[in-house]
Design a protein around this ligand. Structure first.
Ligand SMILES: [Zn+2]
Length: 320
């Protein structure tokens, strides 16, 4: 048991009135992560979001264990970490987060003393040009993974971090990373071909929150409007929602909802504006097992099919 883990459990035991039950629960969680298997245990890589967990699995294969703090359907912008998350991070050999303001709550779970060795904020190590976070003071839009070419930058950093962690696995990690980058290039070409099926004047997106700008930049799709901005922490203003309503009416494009955000506001405004809901997209979390969106590649293909189908359908309906 690491000193940090033991310290955290001690704090929890005191907070809970010194019960043995807290020790038992913490030890049971540690076993479920597979950390109690002794020196032969594979390194534990903990990630903030499911998308990064999949990238780590693609590169690390069965040489590592991967645990995502957030699950499918959970919103990283508003997440409040739990004591169990702190325990999990204390057991991690490597913590992979996105950074650029998406998941700083995960960064704060890593003690200062080991942060430089154990924590990698992947988006902050990707070569730009990156997009600004509108309305912030010099901030960067954190949703880089919506562009597969930028994801290659995440993969390279994951590969390097795993080689540092487990040098004997270097050949495997490099081979896995190179194979995955090839697949990202094929994904990129496939998306470009799919978007080309939509008439250029119809390549417009209206989504629940502002997560698709890198996607839009890469594939020539205009992000017309969103209910929330880059983050979902603050409620949208009435003034903004009125503008969204006017945009939907004027352009007649379908609106998309997302799996991590309550769809109610978008559904109401779309109904009032007389436009269809084009479908449910994934942005900040992968889908559950069996959804077809449980991997990064699966999620991107799923999103693109939903977007292209809905925009083509809108293009077939009479002009407004
Ligand atoms: Zn987001």
């Amino acid at each position: 048991m690491s000193r940090h883990f033991a310290g955290l459990v001690a704090v929890l035991v005191v907070a809970a009135g010194g019960t043995a039950a807290v020790w038992a629960a913490a030890s049971s969680w540690q076993r479920s992560l597979g950390a109690g298997e002794g020196g032969a245990a594979r390194p534990l890589v903990v990630t903030s979001i499911t998308i990064i967990a999949d990238l780590a699995r693609q590169v690390g294969g069965d040489r590592i264990r991967v645990h995502s703090l957030l699950g499918p359907g959970q919103d990283p912008h508003t997440y409040q970490p739990t004591p169990r998350d702190a325990l999990t991070v204390s057991l991690a050999d490597l913590v992979l987060i996105n950074g650029h303001g998406l998941d700083y709550w995960a960064e704060r779970l890593v003690p200062d003393t080991v942060r430089s060795r154990r924590l990698v904020p992947l988006a902050e190590g990707v070569d730009g040009p990156l997009l600004p976070w509108p309305g912030s003071h010099g901030g960067t839009d954190p949703h880089l993974w919506m562009d597969p070419a930028l994801v290659a930058g995440y993969v390279e950093q994951i590969q390097d971090a795993l080689v540092r962690l487990d040098p004997s696995g270097e050949e495997v990690f490099r081979r896995n990373a190179a194979g995955f980058v090839d697949r990202l290039q094929r994904l990129d070409a496939w998306i470009e071909g799919q978007i080309a099926l939509v008439p250029p004047e119809r390549r417009k997106l209206v989504t629940t929150h502002d997560a698709y700008r890198y996607f839009g930049r890469r594939y020539g799709v205009e992000v017309l409007d969103t209910v929330w901005g880059i983050t979902t922490e603050e409620e949208p203003s009435a003034h903004h929602l009125a503008q969204l309503f006017r945009n939907l009416r004027q352009h007649g494009v379908p609106a998309f909802v997302e799996t991590t955000i309550n769809p109610q506001i978008m559904e109401e405004i779309a109904a009032q504006a007389g436009v269809a809901i084009g479908g449910k997209l994934y942005a900040d979390a992968l889908g559950p097992s069996g959804s077809g969106a449980e991997t990064y590649e699966g999620m991107m293909r799923y999103n693109v099919r939903v977007i292209v189908d809905a925009l083509q359908e809108a293009a077939r309906s009479p002009a407004r």
